[in-house]
Design a protein around this ligand. Structure first.
Ligand SMILES: *[C@@H]1O[C@H](CO)[C@@H](O)[C@H](O)[C@H]1NC(C)=O
Length: 315
């Protein structure tokens, strides 16, 4: 390896969203509002589930973990993007870029694994209602959550280490609003074959395998409902699985839209819109999907509020 006349890159430039500078202020406000909504919505879910003992069931503990993951996931990219929109030189140091990539992958993959755990929980609840509490024990829940963390830590560390061994030469401009793995690979001037192979294999592990497992769970759920079709059974299944299915569709809909739909001639715009979808919109919508039509969450909101407001007013 020759290391002679190579310029060492110490920072990258994040170009941000490809928009007209005149619209920059409007977008800044829009993203700020969306980010604050995400933080607030997910925090409320976490606090409600923590405070209300009626919600200490596997489904809501997983949901609380999912909200935590959403909160962290959007905090990895949006604050830096907002800061860059306001600065003249939208730079990010080399180490900062790799750190951002690590945490981006960590929380994205965690979300994927948690959705599988939640699908399994719904499968047990619908197909084995009598054994639900003995199967979904606190121990199993903790195991599933820990396994998700272990897997996602290994996967994102691996990607980050493989990225860290690449060298970057002259070009340090990332045409994106965060340090996206594929955008970084395009700038590398060493051999990226191992990185691409690992993205292919691990990408399958965190996208295809969870998708198949979720699909399998729902196939069992649907077939068990069809075996004894009753209006009550269908309503019950919809009310307990509807929110999860919506979140799953949002998550995989974006991925499928990004990778499987034929690319239009303007692929940068499409990629950016999709990236905004999964970094900004999905984490913001998840708490609302779970709260809007959910009587448990609404009940908990009422209980926690009245309890604490009475508590405060009596002091
Ligand atoms: C995540 O799930 C585990 C296992 O069910 C639970 O003990 C823990 O409190 C949850 N964490 C959060 C932040 O909700």
């Amino acid at each position: 390896m020759k290391r002679g006349n190579r310029t060492v890159i110490t920072e990258f430039l994040l170009l941000g969203l490809p928009v007209d500078p005149n619209h920059q202020d409007l977008l800044y406000v829009l993203f700020l509002v969306m980010y604050l909504t995400t933080v607030l919505g997910n925090l409320i879910i976490i606090i409600l589930i923590g405070l209300d003992s009626h919600l200490h069931t596997p489904m809501y503990l997983f949901l609380s973990n999912l909200s935590f993951s959403d909160l962290c996931f959007s905090s990895v990219t949006i604050p830096k993007m907002l800061q860059n929109m306001q600065s003249q030189v939208p730079a990010i140091p080399y180490a900062g870029c790799l750190t951002q990539m690590y945490f981006f992958l960590l929380f994205a993959d965690l979300e994927s694994f948690l959705l599988v755990a939640m699908a399994y929980d719904r499968y047990v609840a619908i197909c084995f209602p009598l054994h639900y509490t003995s199967i979904m024990s606190p121990k199993l829940c903790l195991c599933l959550v820990s396994l998700s963390w272990v897997l996602t830590t290994i996967i994102s560390s691996l990607h980050t280490l493989l990225m860290a061994r690449l060298s970057f030469c002259a070009d340090n401009v990332i045409p994106h609003f965060f340090c996206d793995m594929s955008a970084l690979l395009k700038l590398a001037c060493s051999d990226i074959q191992i990185n691409e192979i690992m993205i292919f294999i691990l990408g399958g592990l965190v996208i295809i395998v969870p998708f198949l497992l979720i699909f399998l769970s729902y196939a069992h759920i649907v077939s068990s409902i069809l075996k004894v079709p009753s209006a009550r059974g269908i309503r019950k299944a919809f009310s307990t699985c509807g929110s999860h299915l919506s979140v799953v569709s949002l998550f995989y809909g974006t991925i499928i839209g990004l990778y499987l739909c034929p690319s239009t001639n303007n692929s940068t715009v499409k990629e950016t819109v999709m990236a905004v979808m999964y970094t900004v919109v999905t984490p913001m919508l998840n708490p609302f999907i779970y709260s809007l039509r959910n009587q448990d969450i609404k009940g908990a909101l009422g209980r926690v509020f009245s309890k604490h407001i009475i508590h405060f007013s009596l002091q």
